[in-house]
Design a protein around this ligand. Structure first.
Ligand code: AMP
Ligand code: ZN
Length: 137
């Protein structure tokens, strides 16, 4: 438990949350901002700054629960679509530095969540070089 971490406090029960799922490893609760109805956060009980700081086993455990909770959110909300996002570091929009995965039900593409990918002309030489670099790192 990290003293000044709001999600550690939620896991410990020191701050209330709208719990939707809990087991030994993870807690899932409604995000207070509710970008769409049913917006849920899944957090590991053991503190880590974000996914990039977690080992493969702990990450696999977390994502197994993300899948389970996403199915439950879908069943409860009847949302026809969903985004699952985890922000890592400030540039990527992380504001709470305890790993969390957002489950965001989508009811319409006119809601208040905007995710846009700008397309670029593919440079296949560059792609091959970059893919190789990633493979070897
Ligand atoms: P991120 O920007 O990815 O770090 O997301 C942090 C999320 O935590 C935001 O969507 C906040 O609305 C949410 N949040 C912050 N405090 C609480 C809280 N006490 N209970 C539930 N959600 C919270
Ligand atoms: Zn924490």
């Amino acid at each position: 438990m990290v003293d000044d971490c709001i999600f550690c406090k939620i896991v410990a029960g020191d701050i209330p949350s709208s719990k939707v799922y809990e087991d030994e490893e993870v807690l899932a609760f409604l995000d207070i901002s509710q970008v769409t109805p049913g917006h849920t956060l899944v957090v590991p009980k053991k503190h880590a700054r974000n996914l990039l700081e977690m080992d493969e086993t702990t990450t696999a455990q977390l994502f197994a629960r993300v899948s389970k909770v996403a199915q439950k959110v879908k069943a409860a909300t009847q949302a026809p679509a969903m985004n699952i996002i985890s922000n890592m570091e400030e540039i990527a929009g992380q504001t709470v530095f305890h790993t969390h995965v957002h489950i965001i039900p989508r009811y319409t593409d006119q809601d208040e969540l905007t995710i846009s990918f700008t397309e670029h002309e593919p440079n296949f030489e560059q792609l091959a070089r970059l893919a190789g670099k990633i493979q070897n790192s």
